[in-house]
Design a protein. Structure first.
Length: 187
């Protein structure tokens, strides 16, 4: 098996990341309704983990360098094109996908346990929060607000971004639709 993304893996990643970007757009409608209520209590970070899924989901399935970063960036770019987030979504995708890519590169794309996936979701959340902090002026909020919101982001990133993405990929693999990818070959 090649260590580089093949054409079929790249096509799969692009198509599925596009679908994920559309799903994120739909999720942003729900987010826009619930987030203002939670933001009052610095809890809006609890909703952010869904956007952390991109890098982990694709890397977990394909298990090759570049899959985490490309998955996160393509999904974010698609969401940015069709949502109110615009260019900021692409920047978020870069900031969320890069730490995930670096973690999986550090483990040579070989460690896929729950802890490592949760850690990837946490790192993605940290990357996403860093851009949110500057882009949306979170620096003007209190330290207490930022610590609570960051903590909520990290927990949400671990649960939804890391563990839920892993769960979804495992369910797809069990159905047989991912037999051509390393997720099935490594078992």
């Amino acid at each position: 098996m090649t260590k580089h993304l093949t054409l079929s893996e790249t096509v799969f990643l692009t198509v599925m990341a596009t679908a994920m970007g559309v799903a994120w757009w739909a999720y942003s409608i729900i987010y826009d309704i619930i987030s203002p209520l939670l933001k009052t209590f610095a809890l809006s970070g609890l909703l952010e983990g869904v956007w952390q899924m991109g890098g982990i989901f694709f890397a977990y399935i394909i298990r090759k360098p570049g899959s985490a970063f490309l998955g996160a960036v393509i999904a974010a770019a698609v969401e940015g094109l069709i949502s109110q987030w615009g260019f900021s979504a692409l920047l978020s995708g870069i900031c969320q996908g890069l730490p995930v890519e670096l973690l999986f590169l550090a483990t040579a794309y070989k460690v896929w346990n729950k802890f490592n996936c949760a850690l990837a979701g946490t790192l993605s959340a940290l990357g996403g929060y860093s851009i949110t902090y500057f882009w949306y002026g979170y620096g003007s909020f209190s330290l207490n607000f930022n610590l609570i919101n960051l903590g909520c982001n990290l927990v949400s990133g671990a649960i939804f971004g890391g563990l839920f993405a892993r769960y979804l990929a495992n369910r797809l693999a069990a159905s047989g639709v991912l037999n051509q990818f390393r997720i099935c070959a490594d078992k």
